[in-house]
Design a protein around this ligand. Structure first.
Ligand code: TRP
Length: 454
């Protein structure tokens, strides 16, 4: 069986060497494996969260598409598309939004960082925070779940987002009672090098220390490499390869033998100027043929458009049927198929169904369960337990308790169930005391029915 591997590329900015070595090159290599069914897409809806500059969005989408194709991505083999060409993604985003706890999103790192910055600046907590930033993890979950991806390779900063996608998928599965979604696994490529930038820190747009991949051609690549910070050792003095950004960059492109030779040259005291020239030549050997393809592609944007549209068609062949199933599942169904007299038979049928328990884990990983009446009405929600056995013991006791013995303590709009003086479960909130009391009567009935079964 093939593993479906999916990843998104946010289309802001211009690709640099760090993007190539850290993401593009390994993803293209993975896509060539026979056991991989790769879905790679441009996360251009996510880009709108980061940038409101239309020209930049347009340019970046084109450059990034051309970069991936130039780097060897085969669109026949890989499903390569734009997020914004898949209407099922925003549709699924809404379904997921409706089962996602707001509290989960409050804990997202990117959102929390924005709130912390505001606090430091003495601003309102949500100043400058759009709902788009807040919803970022849900959109990302939809990207993944719309295709039921098994594996999602991402950078470390994205791990939390994949965990949230799993959480949201689980919630949806639980709410609608079936395994609609595969729970995706995060993949962190440990062997992939993180490249140092011009100043030795991690190469990143936010540090303004990047070396462009194609932009500016060989000339700018060379100029950037000449600007890499080195120590002040003179030609002839031995250099420390392991403390040098030059060496790390060289190693990311060269094979083992070449790397060993470069290491020796540094130890033997090669001058930094000459070392930089060798580094430039090594990188240029890999980049030049790709740059040539890149220039050819970017000169024909209409061809790229065709490739991406074909990719979207392929992607939708998976997403469209899944969304049709989900629409059914949540109750957005055609009325044409509805048999008219459902009303007279349905309640009778559901009256015959026994009450049932449904166990789950809450956001904090604790064990809980609900008690539902035969017709699906929620009657009780248990307290959270750290130990699943404790939750099981409580369920057992409720099965044999019986309605008359249940100690139900009315609160303002709900009621709590006590055992040995301790609150162990609560009812949902009701509109007023009368509806609550009617619900309590149904709860006692359900407890009687459970006790009669056992
Ligand atoms: N948020 C990811 C990033 O910034 C990009 C992305 C969007 C993504 N949707 C995704 C990655 C789905 C993996 C799966 O890197």
């Amino acid at each position: 069986m093939q593993t479906r591997v999916l990843t998104g590329i946010t289309t802001t900015g211009t690709p640099h060497l760090g993007n190539y070595v850290g993401a593009i090159r390994p993803a293209v290599a993975a896509s060539r494996r026979a056991d991989v069914d790769a879905f790679y897409f441009m996360a251009d809806y996510h880009a709108l969260i980061k940038s409101d500059d239309p020209a930049r969005i347009e340019r970046s989408r084109l450059e990034i598409a051309a970069t991936w194709l130039a780097a060897g991505l085969d669109p026949q083999r890989v499903t390569f598309y734009r997020q914004s060409d898949i209407p099922e993604i925003p549709e699924l985003t809404w379904f997921l939004t409706c089962v996602t706890a707001k509290g989960l999103l409050n804990r997202a790192h990117a959102y929390k960082a924005a709130v912390d910055r505001n606090a430091e600046a003495g601003e309102d907590a949500d100043a400058g925070v759009t709902a788009g930033l807040y919803m970022y993890p849900v959109l990302m979950a939809a990207d993944i779940l719309a295709f039921n991806a098994h594996k999602v390779p991402v950078g470390r900063d994205q791990i939390q987002h994949i965990e949230m996608a799993r959480d949201i998928a689980q919630r949806f599965n639980h709410t609608y009672g079936r395994e609609f979604f595969v729970l995706p696994d995060v993949v962190i490529e440990e062997q992939v090098a993180t490249l140092p930038g011009l100043d030795g820190r991690k190469m990143s747009k936010s540090y303004d220390n990047t070396i462009p991949l194609f932009a500016g051609g060989a000339k700018q690549l060379r100029e950037a490499i000449l600007r890499i910070v080195t120590d002040s050792r003179a030609p002839g003095e031995p250099k420390d390869p392991d403390g040098s950004a030059l060496f790390t960059l060289y190693q990311a492109f060269a094979g083992a033998d070449e790397t060993a030779a470069f290491r020796q040259a540094l130890l033997d005291g090669i001058g930094w100027g000459e070392a930089k020239q060798r580094l430039f030549e090594r990188i240029e050997a890999d980049v030049a043929p790709m740059r040539e393809r890149y220039e050819a592609l970017i000169a024909r944007p209409a061809d790229i458009e065709d490739i991406l549209r074909a990719g979207a068609k392929k992607a939708r062949a998976t997403a469209t049927p899944l969304l049709a199933t989900l629409r059914e599942a949540v109750g957005l169904r055609s009325m044409a198929n509805l048999a008219a007299p459902a009303r007279s038979t349905a309640p009778a049928a559901s009256k015959d169904k026994p009450p049932r328990f449904a166990s789950f884990r809450d956001e904090d990983g604790r064990f809980r369960f609900r008690l539902f009446a035969g017709d699906g009405e929620e009657l009780l929600l248990s307290a959270p337990f750290a130990d699943p056995k404790a939750a099981g013991v409580l369920q057992k006791r409720l099965r044999t308790l019986g309605g008359a013995a249940a100690e139900l303590v009315p609160g303002e709009r709900n009621a709590s169930l006590r055992l040995d003086g301790e609150e162990v479960a609560t009812t949902p909130d009701h509109a007023d005391a009368a509806t609550r009391d009617a619900a309590l009567a149904r709860l006692r009935e359900a407890l009687d029915r459970l006790a009669a079964q056992d």
